[in-house]
Design a protein around this ligand. Structure first.
Ligand SMILES: [Cu+2]
Length: 175
């Protein structure tokens, strides 16, 4: 934490409160969500392009591919490999219940390479753009006990969100 001064004026105190509340609020959202690919099945005859475009993907989320083992597979490939369905990619999954954690922001391409790429050519492919998680703002390790005990509220996330708004307004006026 940048705030480690010994003199705690009202401004820095407010800042501490705001940061503490933000941390409190964001920490409740650290865990991403599981995103079932498609309608819950990784299969032929489904428009994965439309599906991908209608979903939002964030760092911390996990893609889940469900299919009968042996019938399909999942490759994480480059954009070039994606275009002509030639990709083998660095990640090959084939368990039938494959989970891909989205760890970094940016583009990712997935395809099924079964039947010499025919599954891919028939639509078992999609691209996603992984967005940075808002939780990136939260420090990796929570700050050691804040200087003021009242800076550590244990309230519901809705209430803490409300408090953040109030405190943010206070901060704007005070800073
Ligand atoms: Cu397939």
């Amino acid at each position: 934490m940048a705030i480690s001064g010994t003199s705690m004026g009202p401004k820095s105190l407010t800042l501490v409160l705001v940061l503490a509340c933000l941390t409190c609020m964001l920490s409740g959202r650290v865990e991403g969500k599981d995103i079932m690919v498609g309608d819950g099945n990784w299969k032929l005859d489904y428009n994965y392009t439309a599906w991908a475009e209608s979903n939002m993907f964030m760092v911390g989320d996990t893609l889940v591919f469900n299919y009968t083992k042996g019938i399909h597979n999942v490759h994480s490939v480059t954009g070039a490999e994606f275009k002509d369905c030639s990709g083998k990619g660095s990640i090959v999954l084939e368990s039938g219940n494959d989970r891909v954690a989205l760890k970094t922001a940016g583009n990712m391409w997935f395809l099924c390479s079964k039947a010499e790429g025919e599954h891919c050519k028939k639509g078992m492919k999609f691209k996603i753009t992984v967005l940075p998680a808002t939780t990136d703002l939260a420090p990796a390790a929570p700050p050691a006990s804040p200087p003021q005990s009242k800076a550590a509220p244990s309230v519901s996330s809705a209430a803490s969100a409300f408090m953040v708004v109030i405190l943010a307004c206070m901060a704007i006026f005070l800073l």
